[in-house]
Design a protein. Structure first.
Ligand SMILES: *[C@@H]1O[C@H](CO)[C@@H](O)[C@H](O)[C@H]1NC(C)=O
Ligand SMILES: *[C@@H]1O[C@H](CO)[C@@H](O)[C@H](O)[C@H]1NC(C)=O
Ligand SMILES: *[C@@H]1O[C@H](CO)[C@@H](O)[C@H](O)[C@H]1NC(C)=O
Length: 648
């Protein structure tokens, strides 16, 4: 198998084997659909037919089986773009604030060769839909999925072959209702007083501060694979001196016996290692490690791993080709440091949202590219996917650009004690399985976050987070696990189980509003308390203040740009003392303004962005830009093109 003269190398290889044994518990993979010589992709983005079920119990669509015929035959339909949230695209306030089932439908022309070739699998894939989804093909249910931010798919080949003359009609019903067991949780409240509320009045309550956008948020597509195919690939990487190691495991479906050819290629397409085994370790001489940008002159180096599968049955032979980008890097946490490739990494980054005007949370390429350009303009080296997994397309951008990611699941707003019950926990474990399955191979992902600001002082939180974090570590022993806390350091029941303490605080905002002078004292105390109790490195995972763009006052007052500036600067002074000890990062809340539920503290959304929702800078953006480039110079390495960051 593996021979090595170096005991260090052998130990590392054994370690890699041990960690790969902790396979995912879900029984199939969820590889990103990529075209290859054996795979075709057909995007179904564009206009779909749409109807919200506004019947009092929201159940008419099921009672009248809207999935059985064309949607237009059972009532009026409107145009609805996919991918997009449906909330902001019409002038109808009842659709913006709708809770319940909405119905999407689209007919697809399937290439005839997909139908005639029985050796082809045809898969329907939804990148994400919020929250509960049911999918039918020509009136036959093909899959359902719970959860708003992760992909799901169904094989539809046999159904489309039943009657090749029939158009292929895809119906997707999506329900955005949040209850105590969903992630994020929420509750429905019925208000029955006829002197105060109209008949049938109910509201969706939730305990997180962003708008509950809904709909089909990410691309829907059809893709093919041969009948025998590469179902999943897991890679774990390490290095010793200048030899890289890629431990991989390929899972094959549709063939009892298959021959594999695994080839690792460098950036120029040259083969650097290969193997015929379904699992093994590829060794790479003179390795180019994957480095975050601002840490190395040659950042974000990606190899590509081509997996070629050959199989045969009585009828035919099959060849499947799948190519996975691979970044070779390691991640470690000590008492005081976060190490990437054994070098200390300081997170100077942002928290984001998938949020934009009109499209809501719908995947939007111009917005994605603009945001990456702004992240680099700012000199940010990292972000957290607050407060749910972002599109896979965004994670791929992070791999390619060397942006480091704390990958957060949708465990936000777990505040009600009933949401710590075992039904909620069971669902939370599955969501972590789905998230790790989807994102495990991204070099940019350096840590999992299992929740944001849960009520971690409640008695059941200890068992809940112990179980959740142990499960996540079993799924992926290579990455640290955290959750983001705003609890009291002494009473937080989950903190003993995390690898890195991530703390949110809003001194002089939600507490002692207007009193900037408390920040140095309170922030210093916060850090000393947490480090004193746990001796774990700390990230300030949120801090900030609302600023309505263009609102000014001197001396600074809350909601002005000046107040946001002085809050940030007061925090920065303390960070600069503590980052030489055990503070390993700072993530501003928030990158850009974003929509929230309506309420007395929000003026058309949350204004804590350093950019407006239209991605124009507030004055705080320039303060942060100056700071981040200085930090990049102090803790990392400025790239040659950033010699004069101020003129960028
Ligand atoms: C769908 O929405 C309605 C209205 O909020 C709710 O009563 C029902 O429980 C939801 N069903 C599912 C499966 O989410
Ligand atoms: C959840 O399950 C665990 C293990 O079976 C059990 O000890 C605990 O009492 C359960 N908690 C609740 C709230 O039912
Ligand atoms: C980076 O830091 C060095 C040493 O402190 C300093 O001399 C240099 O001017 C800095 N470069 C930039 C571009 O800020």
């Amino acid at each position: 198998m593996i021979t090595s003269k170096s005991p260090g190398m052998l130990l590392r290889v054994l370690y890699l084997f041990a960690v790969l044994d902790a396979a995912c518990l879900l029984d199939t993979g969820m590889l990103f659909p990529r075209e290859s010589s054996s795979r075709e992709v057909k995007e179904l983005n564009g206009l779909w037919s749409f109807r919200a079920d506004k019947s009092p119990n929201r159940n008419q669509g099921f009672e009248r089986a809207w999935y059985k015929s064309r949607l237009v035959e059972t009532g009026p339909v409107i145009d609805m773009p996919v991918p997009a949230s449906y909330n902001d695209v019409t002038q109808d306030p009842t659709l913006r604030d709708f809770t319940g089932w909405v119905w999407y439908e689209r007919e697809v022309v399937v290439p005839s060769r997909w139908i005639t070739d029985k050796g082809t699998r045809v898969v329907l894939r939804v990148g994400s839909a919020h929250y509960n989804s049911i999918v039918w093909l020509n009136g036959v249910k093909v899959t359902e999925h719970k959860g708003g931010h992760l992909p799901f798919e169904a094989e539809i080949g046999s159904l489309i072959r039943e009657d090749p003359t029939m158009p292929c009609r895809i119906t997707i019903a999506v329900n955005n209702t949040l209850n105590l067991d969903t992630l994020p949780p929420g509750s429905i409240q019925y208000l029955n007083d006829p002197t105060r509320y109209p008949d049938g009045f109910f509201v969706q309550n939730y305990y997180f501060d962003f708008f509950n956008y809904a709909g089909i948020h990410r691309p829907v597509l059809l893709y093919t694979t041969p009948k025998a195919y590469v179902d999943d690939i897991t890679v774990v990487t390490d290095f010793l001196d200048n030899t890289g190691m890629v431990k991989y495991e390929v899972s094959v479906q549709g063939a009892a016996k298959a021959t594999l050819k695994v080839t690792l290629m460098d950036k120029d397409g040259r083969c650097v290692a290969s193997s015929d085994e379904t699992s093994g370790v590829l060794k790479v001489a003179d390795v180019n490690l994957w480095w975050p940008y601002l840490m190395h002159d040659n950042p974000a180096y990606l190899y590509s791993m081509e997996v070629r599968l050959m199989a045969a049955d009585a009828r035919a032979t099959y060849e499947d080709v799948y190519t996975l980008p691979v970044g070779i890097r390691t991640v470690k946490v000590t008492n005081t440091q976060f190490l990437i490739n054994n070098k200390p990494f300081y997170f100077h980054g942002v928290n984001k949202h998938e949020d934009s005007d009109i499209r809501g949370k719908g995947l939007d390429w111009p917005l994605i590219v603009k945001d990456f350009n702004l992240i680099k303009w700012l000199g940010a080296n990292s972000f957290r996917t607050s407060h749910y997994p972002y599109a896979e397309e965004i994670m791929q951008m992070c791999d390619r650009h060397g942006i480091v990611v704390i990958d957060e699941c949708p465990g936000v707003g777990i505040k009600d004690i009933r949401s710590f019950g075992n039904a909620s926990l069971a669902h939370h474990l599955v969501v972590m399985e789905e998230l790790v399955r989807r994102d495990k191979n991204h070099p940019s992902v350096v840590m999992w976050s299992v929740a944001n600001e849960p009520a971690a002082e409640m008695p059941p939180a200890g068992y809940y987070f112990k179980t959740l974090i142990e499960h996540t570590k079993a799924l992926d022993p290579t990455r640290p696990v955290t959750y983001i806390t705003d609890s009291n350091y002494a009473r937080d029941k989950g903190a003993p189980y995390v690898d890195v303490i991530c703390v949110n605080s809003y001194f002089s905002w939600y507490h002692d509003p207007g009193h900037i002078e408390v920040i140095p004292i309170q922030l210093n105390t916060q850090f000393e308390n947490w480090y004193g109790k746990y001796q774990k490195p700390i990230i300030q995972s949120e801090y900030g203040a609302d600023a309505v763009p263009g609102l000014h006052s001197d001396p600074p007052m809350m909601f002005t740009e000046e107040y946001q500036n002085v809050v940030l600067e007061s925090y920065h002074n303390v960070f600069d003392q503590k980052r030489k000890q055990y503070v390993i990062g700072e993530l501003i809340w928030n990158f850009a303004d974003f929509m929230t539920a309506q309420g007395i503290t929000r003026v058309v959304g949350n204004k804590k962005g350093i950019f407006s929702r239209q991605r124009q800078p507030k004055s705080a953006a320039f303060i942060l830009k100056e700071r981040y480039w200085r930090l990049a110079n102090a803790t990392g390495r400025l790239p040659p093109w950033a010699k004069y960051p101020c003129s960028l």
